[in-house]
Design a protein around this ligand. Structure first.
Ligand code: ADP
Ligand code: MG
Length: 254
């Protein structure tokens, strides 16, 4: 599996009366862990929404290897191997962990999303075909003994891991993680950070991490892009970015 370079080129996103992203550019090198950080409202989630096709850029472009993502629908971008998690959990709470993960796998299956949700015979066949890989991924993220549990009954920190597993079930080449440790306690944060490192080391995929937690980002990332009010104010290795006066000002709100 080859992992292409992601190139974000001068992307601007305007909403009525507001520029959420202003000519933002950065490159995610294949196999690297690249973080996008910035204060609330900086444009981090908007950036993810452009990369995953949820929002259309007003101008600029996004390239993933040879593919131009800018005009593609979300399912086409997912089919190219770009998977994401959401800042707020977007799982089906009444379905089991296994079924949520099978839904994540739907781009690889014929029966697809609706059939899996309705438990049609075609979905049963696919459960047999994909069940092994789903169980493997569940074990990898520490969910092996929760496969039959309805997601809504799990603690928040565990639900976030289900979301991550669901994205992995799409066999991504680029994984977009939007605030994976938001709302977690110290222990859950450490577990999730460890898991992110393990994903990168064992799968060799690129990871684009949006995080509010500066400390976590500085420990994990190879490269950090800092946004503030929709503008890129710094980009580079964590130690350099951390000492950048403009970054310090943005974070302290001075
Ligand atoms: P972050 O994730 O860095 O906290 P966001 O990307 O969510 O920031 O938001 C950036 C700015 O764009 C904010 O001012 C937000 O209110 C605005 N914004 C985001 N999505 C929309 C939308 N769909 N419509 C209007 N404004 C939006
Ligand atoms: Mg956000």
């Amino acid at each position: 599996m080859s992992v292409p370079r992601l190139e974000v080129l001068d992307v601007t996103v305007r909403f009525a009366g507001l520029t959420a992203l202003d000519t933002v550019g950065f490159t995610v090198e294949p196999g690297s862990l690249h973080a996008v950080i910035g204060p609330n409202g900086a444009g981090k989630s908007t950036c993810f929404n452009v990369l995953s096709g949820v929002y259309r850029a007003s101008s600029g472009s996004v390239r993933f290897g040879e593919a131009e993502l800018t005009a593609l629908a979300p399912h086409r971008i997912a089919a190219l191997g770009v998977a994401r998690t959401f800042q707020n959990i977007a799982l089906s709470p009444h379905l089991s962990v296994r079924d949520n993960l099978m839904l994540g796998r739907h781009r690889l299956t014929r029966a697809g999303f609706l059939a899996a949700g309705l438990r049609l015979p075609s979905a049963r066949r696919e459960a047999a075909e994909h069940g092994g890989r789903v169980a493997e991924i569940a074990a990898f993220v520490g969910l092996a003994d929760r496969l039959a549990t309805p997601v809504g009954l799990l603690p928040y920190g565990v639900q976030k891991r289900v979301e991550l597993a669901r994205a992995l079930c799409m066999e991504p080449r680029l994984l977009l993680l939007d605030e994976p440790v938001a709302g977690m306690n110290g222990g859950e944060r450490r577990d999730m950070a460890e898991l992110i490192v393990a994903i990168r080391e064992s799968l060799g995929i690129s990871i684009l991490l949006v995080e509010h937690d500066m400390g976590m980002v500085m420990r994990l990332a190879d490269t950090v892009t800092v946004l503030d009010f929709g503008r890129r104010i710094a980009d580079g290795p964590p130690d350099r970015v951390q000492r950048d006066p403009e970054v310090i000002r943005a974070y302290l709100g001075a």
